[in-house]
Design a protein around this ligand. Sequence first.
Ligand code: GLA
Length: 388
Amino acid sequence: MTMDIEFVRSRFIKHFDGKTGNIYASPGRINLIGEHTDYNGGFVFPGAVEQGIMAELRPNGQQTCNIYSIDLKDMVNFKVDDPKGPTATWARYIYGIVQEMRALGVDVKPFNAAFAGDVPLGAGMSSSAALESCFAFALNDLFGNNNVSKWDMVLAGQATEHKYVGVNCGIMDQFASVFGQKGKLMRLDCRSREFEYYPFDPKGYKLVLLNSKVKHELVGSPYNDRRKSCENVVKALNEQFPDKKFETLRDADWDELDAVKSKVSSEDFTRAHFVLGEKDRVLAVCDALVKGDYETVGKKMYETHHGLSKEYEVSCEELDFLNDLAKANGVTGSRIMGGGFGGCTINLVKDELYDKFIADAKEKFNAKYGHEPQVIDVVIGDGSRKIC
Ligand code: GLA
């Protein structure tokens, strides 16, 4: 566990002038259901986790921001108004946030910072959103009198991904990191941005992530291509139905999608087909949760996995194998979590099946891929905050 106040502080003192600053933390996230729906104006169902990023910051009265990544043992310096910014990807997230917070009117002055995290990188748990929200929250507190709203911090994180990193992500990850609350999942309507907290305490079940350790890297990945496929279908819908304005796939129903089947590539059609199905599945899961019907929640999770694997094509052999193992062990629900192309499965498993499932998954995965999956028990935690 690297996200520890004393640990971060000791490194901040060691790498800078011995003075202490303020400490902030922001979490990674899980998502129960609703994948690749955020940039399609649909629904998502995330929650913050206990793991995240912790950073100590202090204005330094110098010319440059000096940022130390404790985990990577790397120091980067940049001027607040540097037009290009650093090249190291981890530092571009922070540089991007500095620019976006300035654009929101925050008078960011040079500062020292050291940060560490315990969200596994590339596991689909949004370590990058945790980093963005942690610095957005910190800069708002240190230089902005906390005048920037939570939603603007979410959007600053998303804009950082788009403009400074090159991932055309939706808003789910940054939203979950900023707005998370202990013990609660959130159903977010990504079109209207309305959301509701859902206390999540499935009696008799556990939520557990199995990290395949296949690193997913959304930068330069087919993630942006998936988004493009959805946009292609929206374009075809607008041409087919000139009297109706489709902003995203959220605005389309099954008949309308069928009507443009011959106008788009079969790949784009299949991807849009997944998105429409996923939109319905999130709503079905919400209803089922209210009734305490975890069997339906689980069934929908398997359907999502199938769609992500066969229609949206963002799975990989290892994730499909973990999904099969879940099924074989009678796990209630299991699916790829996050953007895909590696990372974790999220599993809803009955208490009494948990030990056997984990032991079996470790043994069989190890036999096939030469390493055990990392087991991460999900604890739903708080969003961005000042620690001290
Ligand atoms: C990544 C993106 C999110 C979302 C998910 C898939 O985590 O950052 O915006 O699109 O993939 O649901």
